[in-house]
Design a protein around this ligand. Sequence first.
Ligand code: PLP
Length: 387
Amino acid sequence: MGDEEILKLSQVIESGTLTSTKGECVKSLEKKFAQLMGATHCTASSHGTAALHTAIAAVDPEPGDEIITTSITDMGALTPILYQSAIPFFADVDPYTYNVTAETIEKVISPRTKAIMVTHLFGNPCQMNEIMELARAKNIAVIEDCAQCFGAEYQGQKLGTIGDIGCFSLQQGKHITAGEGGLCISNNADYARRMYLFVNKAWGYGDPNPDHYFLAPNYRMNELTGAVALAQLEKLDEFVARRVAIAAAWDEAFQDLPGVSPPRVHPGNKHTYWKYSLRVDSSKLNGGLDAFAKRLKEQGVFCAPRYIVKPAFECQVIRDQRTFGESRFPFTLARPEAVDYSREKYAGTYEALATVLVLPLNERYTAAHVEGVANVVRRTVEELTNG
Ligand SMILES: *Cc1c(COP(=O)(O)O)cnc(C)c1O
């Protein structure tokens, strides 16, 4: 944050217009983000979770339809599926990239599949060609959860523009932030129209005979948020470049270390490192992943072993189907296969969570921070491999 954010924010406050229905900031943010991404349309919303909800509502599943998603993601990507009365059907992930693949998705596709929602975890692109081929062949919509991958590219294409809808978050911890906030982009005019309506209680602003056309919340972004987001957008390229440079330094520092491997990025893809993931081979380090993480923390290097620790389907809301009253709705509509979370079906997920150690980073890490973390990691690996 700096003078740029303060300036735009004070302009909004001085204008006295804080709602985006009357103001210009959010409209301008939508226009600029669409332009930046090469998309025809952008709808801003209150949160990343709201953006994902908006995308699902645009696809408009029938109650009980299945939305294929991933077992390693933020809960904000999953609860909107349930709010739209659809069933999250978890695909397993590749244990090296932690992402869903065409192969794992294909195993869970059914005639009930309405959409596939992929998360580009940590900023590392999913293999989109294969996923899009599969989806197009079966006429299934693809939503990209880009909350962690601002600026990332798959084979030269910007993430968020490959599927039908791309969703971004401006929550405090993401690449750029306005505290909270969401952005949905699309090149599909029908989805764009539904997204615009969905965040506005489905009120047809500007129509000759406006009405509330369907069930929808107020998910509008306000002008204060829009002002900060506009200023942050100007800094995105710089922030992304810095993250990529930090990750490159760590890749080099860690490449020959026994027992730990840098993130695996498919050739031709651009990872933008919301987090830096180390894969840890516990059999090579005394005490394994937990001892490694503990030693790093003792030396002042914050890290998150096992990331979200358990697969999303082990959280109470999903495992115990805690939804609306005692109804368990919409899980009452689910086919048994869709809610069968047997361990064997999710071998990649359990392997991923058992081996991943997440190192945080941000654009303000200095060369000394970057080198300091690298030195502690190297020293700790040596300590735990020398008995
Ligand atoms: C942060 C995040 C979300 C949710 O965004 P909020 O702005 O926190 O609601 C959804 N999906 C992923 C992958 C995220 O990292």
